[in-house]
Design a protein around this ligand. Structure first.
Ligand SMILES: [Zn+2]
Length: 302
């Protein structure tokens, strides 16, 4: 029976068995010159997954995506062999802003457009910062965010893209610095299946979840599973941290060159629970260093 190998185990496809248990390693890529350039640029530096902005992240105005643009993107993606893509939403959006405020109205309109663009491109996940309560308090902020998400979900029925709420450093009044907050948001919306979680290593470290040793990594993942549930973890951001553990400061560093260190990333990329999930590098000096950081992560695979 040596010639009969189940495709499940990969050998029939010429893929070593072990690669099936690995995450997909990639980076946040520039879309200068066209959205599809994010795919081409990622492919050129060895990405297996790519994250992009579908519009400028620091402007409210965003272009609608023509069918021509989305077709070029989808064709480029299909030819690239990249199977999972991620979009990141605008930095201006705050879905937990005060009801009746201009910023909340603009945020809801902009986020709906984020979902519509992600759908047009066939992107799998839309990473979104959970927003800030602005002094109203955590409970009020979470309630506002849930209301916004329900409103936007109702306006975009049938959308396949899942919004991946990103863990944050818990700076200022930003939500997302505690796993409990993300669990409450997922538990509070009417359509939780439209949500997921994006774990950013720099942010959770700055928020006070240690991952520097096998013991602390295991404990943080245990907490994530207990409080949120690992099935919700669908995207990871791999960034080292310029700032100290528990500093609540969000400053990304190159892989292995910050306060977190290489060991955490070795544990991360080899964690079988993360097999098949996109792991995205979002470090500075992207034009020269993304390729280096992606290779560093891949070199940690055993
Ligand atoms: Zn991130």
């Amino acid at each position: 029976m040596t010639t009969q190998t189940s495709p499940l185990f990969g050998e029939a496809l010429g893929t070593p068995v072990t690669t099936l248990l690995k995450p997909l390693i990639g980076a946040h890529m520039s879309t200068a010159g066209g959205h599809h350039n994010g795919i081409l640029g990622g492919k050129a530096i060895g990405c297996e997954t790519v994250q992009i902005f579908t519009a400028s992240p620091r402007q409210w105005r965003a272009p609608t995506i023509s069918s021509e643009i989305s077709e070029v993107f989808k064709k480029t993606l299909a030819e690239s062999g990249i199977t999972k893509t991620v979009a990141h939403d605008s930095y201006l959006i705050n879905l937990a802003a005060e009801p009746g405020s201009e910023v909340l109205a603009k945020s809801r309109t902009a986020f709906r457009a984020e979902i519509e663009r992600a759908e047009a491109f066939g992107v799998n996940f839309l990473v979104s910062h959970p927003g800030a309560h602005g002094g109203a308090g955590e409970d009020v902020g979470i309630a506002r965010l849930i209301e916004s998400l329900d409103f936007i979900h109702a306006e975009t029925p049938g959308a396949k893209v899942r919004t991946a709420l990103e863990t944050t450093a818990g700076q200022g009044t930003y939500l997302g610095g505690r796993f409990e907050q993300l669990a409450r948001i997922i538990g509070g919306v009417k359509e939780p299946e439209r949500l997921a979680v994006c774990l950013d290593t720099c942010h959770i470290f700055a928020a006070g979840y240690d991952i520097r040793t096998p013991e602390t990594y295991a404990e943080t993942m245990r907490l994530f599973d207990e409080i949120i549930g690992l099935k919700w973890l669908q995207v990871l951001h791999a960034n080292d941290s310029l700032k100290a553990f528990g500093s609540h400061a969000d400053r990304h560093a190159h892989i292995g060159e910050g306060e977190i260190g290489l060991e955490a990333f070795r544990l991360l990329v080899n964690d079988p629970r993360l097999a098949g999930l996109p792991i995205i590098v979002e470090t500075p000096e992207s034009e020269t260093m993304h390729e280096v950081n992606v290779r560093r992560l891949r070199d940690l695979l055993v």
